[in-house]
Design a protein around this ligand. Structure first.
Ligand code: NOJ
Length: 581
């Protein structure tokens, strides 16, 4: 293509969409070395409490998900990660399990689970379960037994510190209102350990009986046919409970002291032998350790531990004060490079522990919400690593605007507030930060249509629906060819049709560009060029001569403006070019 004149190339979005659809069902028989279904998977994360309520109690449930399986299929995703659905008193919305072999009452029954799994498999969608075994609920039978007497057979299922030994060595709790991870229990005059809330006592992984219990639980679900496990907080499972003192202030960098303690890799190898190697299941760890070396030890193929991990450095970038694109490029690029040869990672910008993607990474104003969400979805679905897309981000759902602590439901927000008050923090600033970053932002009910409660429930939703459901919802976006939703579908189609987007080598382009994140993906003779303008201003980027022969695979605007040998990108414009080589 001759780019020596100023020209505006109007590319028909509809034409592209049409040609994509034609190829939709083409299969690719991957000639790629080390190709795996879980590398090619596109995972859709569902927070069941907030997805769809079928019985009017205001809480999402399994029947609700079943009702929407065709919608989920229509997204082009190939797997679902379900946040915990086990019996739980819900101190931390299911991350406090009191029975690992049964379904939370609000969510339904085991029969509902079986029909959900069958319905998913009929549609070629895989299921990844959340396995929460760093801790259980204090209402789990194991803990009830354990706390009942010092010589109970379950005593060593948890970490206890007898009071006669004096105060236990200080440990920080992420969710405790006082920040103390040791809870005194008068029944046996001893303290138990809880890195999270006091209703989440930590399991003692050095006890082989605990490990065997967990493997049996995982086999129970694998025998039912689930396709993968996400290991919650597992990097903390091995613990150093006795080292007398961590340095003052260690809690601000607790990962350095809590993650990857002695024994952890042994447990993972054992779990791999007992469970993962016996089934065709994928495994992903929450957390990738303290550094690259830790992360490699978790996921490198020859280690026989896990398939992949979520590294948090990326998702921790956006702050209430904003973030710098250069940092984003540096972080995502260095993680990609580090795992280019061995190991595999997840790619995500949001989950149930984060505020909404577009409100943190993009621009949720009326003017730019749609374009910037499309840009972020283009990013997630064109990077190397298994993409995890959080429910509602396919629509551009945004943060909700809570201004009083009484509106929050999340234990981390409520206890964090109490701790901040007792420590005399600047509460105005605290509330602003909470408003920006609280997990409740990411947990508001799914917006299905513009009827009352966004079609999520006939009852009173457990967490308020965002008022913007009247504009941002599935029904309206289905009908709009240019919606965020239909763009998302195009992106999943593209990723599935183009192995270069899954396996291609990633190379950052124009690292110093302040507005545009540009990179190439190359696989054999295939090359894709991805241009993402992260700014609300028009911005230009030069194309290299060798990219002269290009065509557009996807674009979140209806045209592309070329200027001499540059592309003039509109605010939040996101384009993927196919480059002929
Ligand atoms: C990590 C989970 O993602 C989070 O939601 C939960 O609160 C903690 N682990 C404790 O289980």
């Amino acid at each position: 293509m001759n780019r020596s004149f100023i020209k505006v190339m109007i590319c028909s979005f509809f034409l592209i969409a049409f040609s994509c659809r034609e190829k939709q069902d083409e299969k690719h028989d991957s000639p790629i070395e080390n190709a795996k279904w879980w590398k090619e998977a596109i995972v859709y994360q569902i927070y069941p409490r907030s997805f769809k309520d079928s019985d009017g109690d205001g809480v999402g449930d399994l029947q609700g998900i079943i009702q929407e399986l065709d919608y989920i299929k229509s997204l082009g995703v190939t797997a679902i990660w379900l946040n915990p659905i086990y019996t739980s008193p819900n101190a931390d919305n299911g991350y406090d399990v009191s029975d690992y072999r049964d379904i939370m009452k609000e969510f339904g029954t085991m029969a509902d689970f079986d029909s959900l799994l069958a319905g998913m498999h009929q549609r070629d969608i895989k299921l990844v379960m959340d396995i929460v075994v760093n801790h259980s609920s204090d209402e789990h039978e194991w803990f009830k037994q354990s706390r009942s007497s010092r010589d109970n057979p379950y005593r060593d299922y948890y970490h206890w510190w007898p009071a006669e030994k004096g105060e236990p060595p200080y440990r920080y709790s992420l969710f405790d209102a006082k920040g103390d991870a040791w809870q005194y229990d008068s029944i046996t005059d001893a303290y138990y350990l809880h890195y999270f809330a006091k209703k989440q006592p930590d399991l003692n992984w050095s006890n082989p009986k605990v490990r065997q219990e967990v493997y049996d639980i995982m086999k129970f679900w694998a025998d039912k046919g689930v396709d993968g496990f996400r290991l919650d907080a597992f990097q903390f499972a091995a613990k150093n409970t006795t080292y007398p003192k961590f340095p003052d202030g260690f809690e601000s960098d607790f990962i350095q002291y809590y993650a990857m303690q002695d024994g952890l890799h042994g447990y993972l190898k054992e779990m791999n032998e007992e469970v993962f190697s016996q089934y065709d299941v994928m495994s992903v760890a929450e957390g990738a350790g303290r550094n690259f070396e830790d992360a490699h030890k978790l996921v490198d193929q020859n280690r026989n531990e896990l398939n992949m991990a979520y590294a948090f450095e990326g998702v921790d970038i956006p702050k209430y004060e904003g973030y710098d694109l250069k940092t984003m490029k540096d972080v995502f690029t260095k993680w990609d490079k580090e795992f280019a040869e061995d190991g595999w990672l997840s790619i995500f910008l949001a989950n149930h522990d984060q505020a909404r993607m577009v409100s943190r990474w993009g621009n949720d104003s009326d003017e730019f919400r749609s374009a910037s969400t499309k840009l972020l979805n283009t990013f997630i679905l064109s990077m190397r690593g298994t993409p995890y897309c959080y429910y509602g981000d396919e629509l551009g759902m945004t943060n909700i605007d809570f201004d009083s602590i009484s509106q929050y439901q999340d234990i981390a927000a409520i206890n964090g507030y109490q701790k901040a008050v007792s420590e005399g923090e600047d509460m105005e600033l605290f509330m602003k930060k909470l408003n920006f970053g609280s997990r409740d932002n990411g947990r508001t009910p799914m917006q299905w249509n513009n009827s009352e409660h966004a079609g999520f429930t006939n009852g009173k939703p457990w967490l308020p629906v965002n008022d913007n459901y009247v504009d941002i919802n599935v029904e309206d976006e289905n009908a709009d060819q240019n919606s965020v939703l239909n763009h998302f579908r195009e992106m999943t189609r593209l990723r599935k049709q183009n192995p270069v987007l899954v396996y291609g080598v990633y190379e950052l382009v124009a690292p110093e560009h302040p507005d545009i994140y540009a990179y190439t993906r190359i696989l054999d003779d295939k090359m894709a060029l991805i241009l993402l303008n992260f700014s609300e201003e028009t911005s230009e980027i030069k194309l290299k001569d060798e990219w002269d022969n290009h065509s557009i695979l996807i674009n979140n605007y209806s045209d592309v403006e070329f200027f001499e040998n540059s592309v003039k990108m509109r605010p939040y414009q996101a384009i993927i070019f196919n480059i002929e080589r």
